[in-house]
Ligand binder design. Structure first.
Ligand code: NI
Length: 274
């Protein structure tokens, strides 16, 4: 599978869980925009075979290089790595992993049990992200562990697949700022994540980001039971030139990303509806 084939298939799978992303693409294409991805993000657990470095290898095989900087999210109990390609038109890859040892024994056992159901769960090639990672989890477990870690519940339910795509605002021709784009999205009825303010980051930090609030999607849980749970969101990033250099800032700002993670939270708070 080539990287482009993977990106196309991952997008198709992702928009089922992020219907807003498809709507936004259509609206922007009608304005004559050609959209470039800034980054694609994945959620995983720090377990052997599926940790952020394991998943990163798939992208290293496609010519990506890991940036040797660990991003820490102590409040969310996460670490993340990111990977860049020498072709700047290709999306950056952002992979976070939940630090399971920092959670209750019950949550750890739950995740290990789910993951161990699939003995072939060893990330090697891109199609790893395009199929179900493990059997459907029970909705009761999803609810039970949601308040301890929304991240764990989301990843257990959806498996290891794209969590969000990100539009590079710099690639747009009919919008010159992220704020303008946000205003446009608001007018067409797209709901944005307001945790920490709509725009996270500043020009001084060289990165401004915003994101939609995930919508509820129908998802299959154990015994074929369907429930509406928060799916994926779409992110927007505007990057600034690194002072004294002729290139855009390529990194991430943990303080901003921390709030972006909350784009899959239910508005009413952490507890999922029954
Ligand atoms: Ni992101």
């Amino acid at each position: 599978m080539t990287l482009n084939e993977f990106l196309n298939q991952a997008w198709n799978r992702y928009v089922d869980l992020a219907p807003d992303a498809l709507v936004i693409h259509k609206l922007l294409e009608e304005r004559g925009e050609r959209i470039q991805n800034d980054h694609i993000a994945f959620r995983t657990f720090n377990l052997k075979g599926i940790g952020r470095m394991d998943l990163g290898k798939i992208f290293e095989n496609w010519g990506y290089q890991r940036v040797k900087e660990d991003l820490d999210f102590p409040a969310k109990k996460l670490k993340a790595s990111y990977f860049l390609h020498s072709d700047p038109t290709l999306p950056k890859i952002f992979i976070s992993e939940l630090l399971l040892e920092q959670f209750s024994f019950e949550l750890q056992s739950w995740i290990k049990e789910i993951v161990s159901q699939n003995l072939t769960l060893n990330a090697k090639e891109g199609d790893f992200f395009l199929r179900d990672s493990w059997s459907a989890i029970s909705f009761e477990d999803y609810q039970r562990f949601y308040s301890e870690s929304e991240y764990a519940a989301w990843t257990a339910a959806f498996g290891i697949q794209v969590n969000h795509f990100t539009l590079l605002v710099n690639s747009l021709k009919t919008f010159s700022t992220l704020q303008e784009l946000n205003l446009f999205l608001g007018k067409v009825g797209i709901v944005l994540n307001e945790a920490g303010g709509v725009v996270k980051g500043t020009p001084t930090e060289l990165l401004e980001q915003s994101s939609t609030l995930a919508k509820k999607v129908d998802w299959t849980f154990a015994s074929g039971k369907r429930h509406k749970v928060m799916g994926c969101y779409y992110e927007f990033a505007r990057r600034y030139l690194v002072p004294g250099e002729k290139k855009l800032f390529e990194g991430f700002i943990p303080k901003s990303a921390d709030k972006i993670f909350e784009s899959t939270y239910e508005k009413s708070g952490l507890k999922p509806e029954v």
